[in-house]
Design a binder for this molecule. Structure first.
Ligand SMILES: Nc1ncnc2c1ncn2[C@@H]1O[C@H](COP(=O)(O)OP(=O)(O)O)[C@@H](O)[C@H]1O
Ligand SMILES: [Mg+2]
Length: 350
C-alpha cells in the first residue's frame, strides 16, 4: 500500500472542505455588502437573501461532491463488486482494468491489483488441478491396460512355460509401476498439503548417504558404470531421515537411469556450515528447454515413456529440499552429463 498517495488524497480532501466553507462564507460577506444598500438596511430581507445564496451554494457543492463520489468511489466499488461476483461464481478469468499510473495509485487501485493477482493465482491452481487429474489418470491407465491384457493372455491354457513366465513378469512390473506411482502421489500430497516440519533428528549424512549409495551398487555394476564416492567424515544435519532418503534415492536412480556409459560420482563436503552433496553422471544430460521443467510434477524429458518413472521424482526432491530450507541446482550439458548440487545447513535445529 502506497501511504504517500493515501496521505496526499486525505490532505486534498480536507483542503477542499475548508476551501468550500471559505467560498461560502466570503460569498455571504460580499452579498451582504451588495444587498445592504439595496434593501435600505432591512435586516430581515438581507438575512433572507444570504440564506438563499448559502442554500444555493451548498446545493451546488453537494451536487459536485455527489458527482465526485460517483466517479471516485461508487464506480470503482461497483467494478470491484462485479469482478468479485464473477470470481465467486468460478470465473477466474475476471480481471479489473487499472486506469491510474502506478505512481498515482489510490486504495481502490491496490485492491484491484490484489484482486487481479488472486484471480490469476486461482486460475493457475485450477489449471494445475485439472492437469494433475488428467496426468494421474493417464499414468494409471497405461499399467492397468498392460495388466488387463496380460492377465487375459495368461488364461490361455496352451501357453508354454517360458511365455507364461514372461507374461507374469510383465504383470509384476506393471503392478510395481502402479505401486510406485501411487506411493509417489501420496508422498507428494502429504508434503504439499500439510504443514510439514523439516524434522529434528540429528542425522549423520555421511553414513546415511553411504548406505543409500550401497543399495545402488549392484545396479551401477550391472550397467557397467564406474562409481566414485568422496565423502567428508561425519557431516551432520538436523532433518528427517525418511524425507532425505527421497532426495538421495531419486537423484541416484535418475543418474543411473539416464547414464549408459561412464561414471557416477557422488561427493559430500562440509563447507562453511553447509552440507554440499553433488551427484554427477556422464549420461544423456538435460537440454536447456527440458531443464526449465524438470521440477514440475509429471514432467518427463522423454515423453515416449521408454524409461521407467512417472515424472514425480524431482518434484518430490524439490519439495523436501524446500521444506529443509536448502537449495538444489542443476548443471547439465546435453550428451555430456549432469550434476545436481544440494546444499543443506549443518548443525541447525529447524
Ligand atoms: N541425471 C539426469 N540425467 C538426464 N536427465 C535427467 C536426470 N535427472 C532428471 N532428468 C530429467 O528430468 C526429468 C524429470 O525427472 P523425474 O522427476 O525424476 O522423473 P522420471 O525419473 O520419472 O522421469 C526426467 O524425465 C529427465 O528428463
Ligand atoms: Mg526420477
Amino acid at each position: 500500500m502506497n501511504e504517500k498517495n493515501s496521505r496526499r488524497a486525505s490532505v486534498i480532501g480536507t483542503l477542499l472542505f475548508f476551501i468550500t466553507i471559505g467560498v461560502i462564507v466570503s460569498s455571504a460577506i460580499v452579498i451582504y455588502d451588495a444587498v445592504e444598500d439595496a434593501c435600505d438596511g432591512n435586516r430581515a430581507v438581507i438575512a433572507g437573501v444570504i440564506l438563499a445564496v448559502i442554500i444555493v451554494l451548498s446545493a451546488v457543492c453537494t451536487i459536485i461532491d455527489v458527482i465526485r463520489r460517483r466517479l471516485t468511489i461508487d464506480k470503482p466499488v461497483q467494478r470491484i463488486l462485479e469482478a468479485t461476483n464473477k470470481i465467486a461464481a468460478g470465473d477466474f478469468s475476471a480481471r479489473l482494468e487499472i486506469t491510474h499510473r502506478v505512481s498515482r495509485y489510490d486504495e481502490f487501485d491496490y485492491i484491484m491489483e490484489n484482486l487481479n493477482k488472486m484471480a490469476a493465482e486461482l486460475s493457475r491452481t485450477e489449471v494445475l488441478h485439472t492437469d494433475f487429474i488428467s496426468n494421474v489418470s493417464h499414468e494409471i491407465k497405461t499399467p492397468l491396460a498392460v495388466i488387463q491384457n496380460y492377465a487375459a493372455s495368461l488364461q490361455n491354457k496352451n501357453l508354454d512355460e517360458a511365455t507364461r513366465n514372461k507374461y507374469a513378469q510383465t504383470l509384476e512390473s506393471a503392478a510395481k509401476r502402479l505401486t510406485a506411482l501411487i506411493t509417489n502421489i501420496l508422498k507428494l500430497n502429504k508434503l504439499e498439503n500439510q504443514e510439514i516440519k523439516p524434522g529434528n533428528e540429528l542425522i549423520n549424512l555421511t553414513e546415511a548417504l553411504a548406505e543409500t549409495v550401497l543399495g545402488y551398487e549392484d545396479l551401477i555394476e550391472s550397467k557397467g558404470l564406474e562409481l566414485d564416492c568422496d565423502f567428508d567424515d561425519d557431516v551432520k544435519i538436523y532433518s528427517s531421515p525418511a524425507y532425505l532418503e527421497i532426495v538421495w534415492n531419486n537423484l541416484l536412480s535418475n543418474a543411473v537411469k539416464f547414464t549408459d556409459s561412464g561414471k557416477i560420482s557422488i561427493s559430500l563436503k562440509n563447507e562453511n556450515g553447509h552440507a554440499v552433496v553433488k551427484i554427477t553422471d556422464t549420461g544423456c544430460g538435460i537440454t536447456a528447454e527440458t531443464g526449465k521443467h524438470i521440477f514440475e510434477k509429471f514432467y518427463q524429458g522423454d515423453t515416449s515413456h521408454s524409461q521407467e518413472g512417472n515424472g514425480l521424482g524431482l518434484a518430490l526432491v524439490k519439495k523436501v529440499i524446500d521444506i529443509n530450507g536448502g537449495t538444489i541446482d542443476v548443471n547439465s550439458e546435453a550428451g555430456k552429463g549432469t550434476t545436481f548440487t544440494i546444499r543443506l545447513k549443518t548443525g541447525v535445529r529447524q
